[in-house]
Design a protein around this ligand. Structure first.
Ligand SMILES: [Zn+2]
Length: 261
């Protein structure tokens, strides 16, 4: 495919796991896009103040019986001023077809080569997030018929479970912070997901701010993925990325340097 959408330095996008992360201090930094879970947008009567493109991210797992509710929520999101939707899964495309929202691909589409980008372009998507299992050199060498995005900050998701892990351990407290610990003592945060599921996050966040590399891969968008961060941490991290600062705590470089076999 043609390399029509290769970009210079990427624009910033932000994904939030909670509404309190969308503080005025964060939105003043003018991310190009903000991704918010559709189920959280459903509870809002107005969007926060901010010059950005608001996008709904769709649940990673859902059932056919959930679709009427998801469609109602998409109509509501659009009435709030949301103009884009993040599709994490090929099944989302039919849900979004008549929504009037621009469709952007999420990491769950596992974009690993130029043909995937070309396929998604033909499906009408306007951008797509590439797999976080690609190396920088592979992202750079992708031909980009579609604007490409990569996650450059945040805890990466390891697993999503059908049942709430907290509920299985007795009483459910999945609204409060919970972690799973492994034998080394590393703590893996458990985030509530749509349908009373649980998404297990990596113990350390991805940190690339101090490596300029990701800015020279032809990406159109670089995403800061907020999960467990407190509201005041989010703008601080955003500014660290603007300044190219080193990490303040434990971090991982993910697979961008190492790759997968
Ligand atoms: Zn629960």
């Amino acid at each position: 495919p043609e390399n029509a959408c290769e970009a210079g330095a990427p624009l910033w996008t932000v994904s939030a796991a909670r509404l309190d992360q969308l503080s005025p201090a964060l939105l003043e930094l003018n991310p190009a896009r903000v991704y918010v879970p559709l189920e959280l947008l459903a509870s809002l009567s107005a969007l926060p103040e901010g010059e950005t493109e608001w996008c709904a991210s769709l649940p990673r797992v859902w059932r056919d019986r959930d679709e009427p509710q998801l469609k109602r929520w998409l109509v509501h999101a659009r009435s709030l001023g949301v103009t884009g939707a993040l599709a994490g899964n090929i099944g989302h495309l039919s849900l979004l077809r008549d929504s009037g929202l621009y469709i952007y691909g999420d990491f769950g589409l596992n974009v690993f080569n130029s043909r995937s980008l070309e396929y998604l372009r033909r499906k009408g998507l306007r951008s797509a997030c590439v797999s976080f299992e690609l190396r920088f050199s592979q992202i750079r060498d992708l031909r980009k018929p579609l604007p490409a995005e990569a996650i450059v900050y945040g805890r990466l998701p390891l697993m999503i479970t059908e049942n709430c892990l907290m509920k299985n351990s007795g009483s459910c407290s999945c609204g409060r912070p919970n972690v799973l610990r492994d034998r080394t003592g590393a703590a893996f945060p458990l985030l509530p997901a749509y349908g009373h599921r649980t998404e297990i996050q990596n113990d350390r966040p991805l940190w690339l701010a101090d490596l300029g590399d990701y800015r020279r891969l032809g990406l159109q968008y670089a995403r800061l993925r907020f999960t467990t961060e407190r509201p005041e941490e989010c703008p601080r991290i955003f500014r660290d990325y603007l300044e190219g600062a080193p990490a303040r705590g434990e971090f991982t470089r993910g697979l961008y340097k190492r790759g997968v076999e």
